[in-house]
Ligand binder design. Structure first.
Ligand code: CMP
Length: 213
């Protein structure tokens, strides 16, 4: 991105600055030039649920601009950031004249929909065990080995609890049970699932259990 372009249309923000809040009117989107932006949903109790941490080359705030709806989430600067501000007119021009940008936008929105759908799957379960395991399956799919059989990824108990809407203690209890049952292992701070198919089978068993409860 040329410096002259940034001088004209750029903003520099500091860690913890609020870029916008859920419900604000949104007439601009932002392309991240450097730093990082955290996208969160704030519950009434004031608890944040992180939807994504976005970095250089990614964009945030495009949904309001495209749909003319209020901001669907809050964006907080995670790391000092330089952002290029893109208004409605410019975004529309970019989409009309640059198919590569339009395709990138569509792909990104489609993958957000896939991620949102799999999170709905997680939250459909009433049971904390099933929520954690469904989320492990989701993470395993995201971080699967080339043959798709195993996976290695990193998430702490706080992160897991926040992702699936249970307490940190519940998340820890379930993970410990899964370790003793041999479904997951810990290795140098990573979670390792050596056989994703086992997790699927266990999840089916829990689904049946929930149905007959
Ligand atoms: P907008 O609705 O304008 O404001 C909030 C922004 O957060 C939204 O545009 C997207 O850019 C971003 N956003 C919303 N949901 C997600 C998600 N699930 N993953 C990543 N980014 C999101």
């Amino acid at each position: 991105m040329a410096d002259s372009l940034f001088k004209k249309y750029g903003v520099s923000l500091k860690t913890n600055d609020i870029l916008f809040n859920t419900g604000d009117d949104g007439t601009e989107m932002y392309v991240i030039r450097s730093g990082a932006v955290r996208v969160v949903i704030r519950s009434k109790a004031g608890i944040d649920k992180t939807l994504a941490i976005l970095g250089p080359g990614e964009f945030v705030g495009e949904m309001s601009v495209l749909t003319n709806q209020p901001r669907s989430a809050t964006a907080i600067i995670e790391e000092d950031a330089e952002l290029l501000v893109v208004g409605v007119k410019v975004l529309e021009e970019m989409i009309v004249h640059n198919t590569e940008i339009a395709l990138r936008l569509v792909r990104k929105l489609a993958s957000r929909l896939v991620a949102a759908d799999s999170l709905i799957q997680v939250l459909l379960h009433r049971d904390a065990n099933a929520r954690v395991i469904e989320n492990l399956k989701r993470l395993a799919r995201l971080h699967a080995s080339d043959d798709g059989a195993s996976a290695r990824f990193r998430v702490d108990f706080e992160g897991m609890a926040e992702q699936v809407g249970i307490s940190v203690q519940e998340a820890e209890d379930v993970m410990m049970k899964l370790i003793s049952a041999g479904f997951v292992n810990q290795d140098e701070g990573d979670w390792v699932i050596s056989n994703i198919a086992d997790i699927d089978e266990f999840l089916n068993f829990l689904r049946l259990k929930e149905q007959y409860r």
